[in-house]
Design a protein around this ligand. Structure first.
Ligand SMILES: NC(=O)c1ccc[n+]([C@@H]2O[C@H](COP(=O)([O-])OP(=O)(O)OC[C@H]3O[C@@H](n4cnc5c(N)ncnc54)[C@H](OP(=O)(O)O)[C@@H]3O)[C@@H](O)[C@H]2O)c1
Length: 192
């Protein structure tokens, strides 16, 4: 069965977006983006919350993004051919290929996607990821922690979810960003 991976770039205090809705501080440099590309390359399907989709769609609709650097070009080339499922009750149309809209997050449907897939899936967007965590669907957590404290905003990992994690990998980068990859070992009360 394919894995569902939640991957996020967060501040060291655990936010994907600050209180002003900004996340420019999370923009990966060339070294980190090249690493992200190796994480993304094997992924076959992206599950996106609508807000994350709207940010990421630029990698297909705005050619200037890919022109920024070799790693950006590579990222666009990896992102575009992947299948995308966007969760939204409001979005009327998508702007990218191989993309469908789902109006509800149905855990059983995602479970079936995992069973049928021969390549891993990722979930992007903290709000949507929280639903996947609550449904017990997330197998792996990948965090790129940026060396900045933003003091508040949107939590990268869901509140009210208790899980035991097993560290699978870690990496440090020249920028001070740190990568942490965990397997979800078990659900239940992590305090016990
Ligand atoms: N840190 C970074 O590197 C980084 C990178 C890119 C973007 N971001 C930003 O981080 C923010 C994440 O915000 P977020 O967590 O609110 O975004 P999100 O999870 O991507 O999107 C939330 C939206 O997804 C839809 N949704 C969620 N659950 C659903 C369900 N059960 N059924 C149907 N639709 C559902 C809803 O869309 P509707 O309102 O349409 O119904 C909801 O408003 C975004 O602003 C994103 O742009 C951060």
């Amino acid at each position: 069965m394919a894995k569902l991976i939640y991957s996020a770039i967060a501040s060291l205090d655990g936010y994907v977006e600050d209180e002003n809705g900004k996340f420019d501080w999370a923009t990966p440099d060339e070294q980190v983006l090249a690493f992200v590309n190796e994480l993304e390359r094997p992924v076959g399907t992206y599950l996106f919350g609508r807000r994350m989709y709207e940010t990421m769609a630029g990698w297909e609709t705005d050619p200037s993004l890919a022109e920024g650097s070799p790693a950006s070009r590579d990222f666009a080339a990896i992102w575009q051919p992947a299948q995308k499922i966007v969760y939204s009750r409001t979005l009327e149309a998508v702007s990218t290929a191989r993309t469908r809209i789902e109006r509800e997050f149905d855990p059983d449907a995602v479970r079936r996607e995992k069973e049928a897939a021969d390549r891993d899936l990722t979930v992007g967007g903290a709000a949507l990821a929280a639903e996947a965590f609550r449904a017990g669907l997330v197998d792996e957590l990948q965090l790129l922690l940026t060396p900045v404290l933003v003091g508040g905003g949107k939590h990268a990992v869901p509140e009210g979810v208790s899980l035991r994690l097993e560290l699978l990998d870690e990496r440090r980068f020249r920028s001070g960003t740190v990568f942490l990859c965990y397997r979800i070992a078990s659900s239940g009360n992590a305090g016990n």
